[in-house]
Design a protein around this ligand. Sequence first.
Ligand SMILES: *[C@@H]1O[C@H](CO)[C@@H](O)[C@H](O)[C@H]1NC(C)=O
Ligand SMILES: *[C@@H]1O[C@H](CO)[C@@H](O)[C@H](O)[C@H]1NC(C)=O
Ligand SMILES: [Zn+2]
Length: 263
Amino acid sequence: MASIKKLFFIAVLFYLPLHSFAWGMLGHRIVGEVADSYLTPKARLAIKQILGNESMAMASNWPDFIKSDPTYNYLSPWHYADLEDGLSYEQLQDYFKTDTIADAYTKLTFLIKELKNKQLPKDKQLLYLRLVIHIIGDIHQPMHVGHTGDLGGNKISVMWFRDSSNLHRVWDDQLIDYQQLSYTEYTKAINFTTPAQRSEWQQQPMSQWFYESYQVSRELYREIKQPYQKLSYSYNFKHIAELNERLLKGGVRLAGVLNGIFG
Ligand SMILES: *[C@@H]1O[C@H](CO)[C@@H](O)[C@H](O)[C@H]1NC(C)=O
Ligand SMILES: *[C@@H]1O[C@H](CO)[C@@H](O)[C@H](O)[C@H]1NC(C)=O
Ligand SMILES: [Zn+2]
């Protein structure tokens, strides 16, 4: 009995620090649904040929679902780019220029390049497209461009109302779930952009997308003054606009990338 308890304890210990979460189901679906609105007809057709009857919103969660299959363990670090604290934009750009580890930046660059290759086998097209849809969502979740030492906030314990949680998880799911909207309702509620805004967001370099998240996460870290700090009504009130903007930008930029590949 004691050894079973011990085993369980060890299992929990190993499980806890995993960097295993992502914009939850809703966040990814919202990004996919926003993006679908801004595809060129040509890109939409090409994507339909790859995804079949799976919408972008539904395809977006697949890279999280497959985490239950060890065959895909190698994809885990593709969902985020954790950094040291205090980098300027120039330092971040320099870092990415020589970055060779498997992270969201190097892998997005790889996936986009591969998808432009018309000879890419069908199974790879499907895998890579689902990953691009997912990862562009992830990097707009501020805590996916957080700090290395705490696994992007996974190790920063907080209370979300009366539940114990962590900073990463609050931003993956809890703040979004709190709005009590379906992904289609949510998309309708935030889908307001001008063409000028969209083209500005899409043209900004990918390093800037990461830097925006990194700047937001820096602020989110600073707000946590003590372990198990309670986040509730005022946290939602303070951050809701920022959250919605990250989701919207993620969707608009995803459309831009896909139009660039298939358009
Ligand atoms: C998509 O749905 C249509 C209509 O039901 C069906 O004919 C088609 O075979 C489906 N495509 C795939 C790839 O499942
Ligand atoms: C989002 O807004 C665009 C531009 O107004 C519109 O074409 C599109 O249908 C909207 N998408 C959704 C899902 O509401
Ligand atoms: Zn993810």
